[in-house]
Design a protein around this ligand. Structure first.
Ligand SMILES: [Zn+2]
Length: 171
């Protein structure tokens, strides 16, 4: 009897750890392909982007020419706007709660590859209107061809690949 209980106690532990390993995404860096983790819960939307700098700038070394310096300065200014990353339905009446952007290149650091990491959180007063969102990044950056999305929505957990030709995520 004791033996059975001991085995039952181990089961949730195994489930927990297998699940967390699967969820522990450390995405491979691949040019043209970004990653997005999205959680929609009630009126809260949380998004975490990881996008190769090459897809945003066309280069991944520190800027050298005046044109490259301007491109990076423009990008650095653009990413301070949440609407640069996500457009939520107007009817959902969302406010940006936080936006944090990190990129080694913005700090003058460069390894072989570089990503832009962005964490966003929105709070929406009309959650019933939250049924989709648009990713405007595609229009601004033709080098970005797809975005792998892992999401948790009121409909459950899912993974989809969003393409530039239809940059709207629906749930
Ligand atoms: Zn790269």
């Amino acid at each position: 009897m004791k033996h059975i209980f001991a085995r039952l106690a181990i089961l949730p532990l195994l489930l927990c750890c297998t699940w967390s390993m699967a969820g522990d995404k450390h995405a491979a860096h691949s040019h043209g392909l970004g990653n997005l983790e999205l959680v929609v819960q009630g009126g809260t939307v949380k998004a975490s982007f990881e996008i190769p700098m090459e897809s945003l700038l066309g280069f991944e070394h520190l800027p050298r020419t005046p044109a490259q310096k301007k491109a990076m300065a423009d990008l650095q200014a653009a990413v301070t706007q949440a609407s640069y990353f996500i457009n939520l339905p107007a009817a959902a009446d969302c406010q940006t709660k936080s936006l944090q952007v990190n990129a080694d290149m913005f700090n003058g650091k460069k390894s072989e590859h570089s990503d832009l990491d962005a964490e966003l959180e929105f709070s929406c007063s009309q959650p019933s209107a939250l049924k989709q969102l648009e990713i405007p990044l595609f229009k601004k950056h033709p080098r970005l061809s797809s975005l792998k999305v892992d999401m948790v929505s009121p409909k459950g957990q899912s993974s989809v690949t969003l393409k530039a030709k239809d940059p709207v995520l629906r749930w």
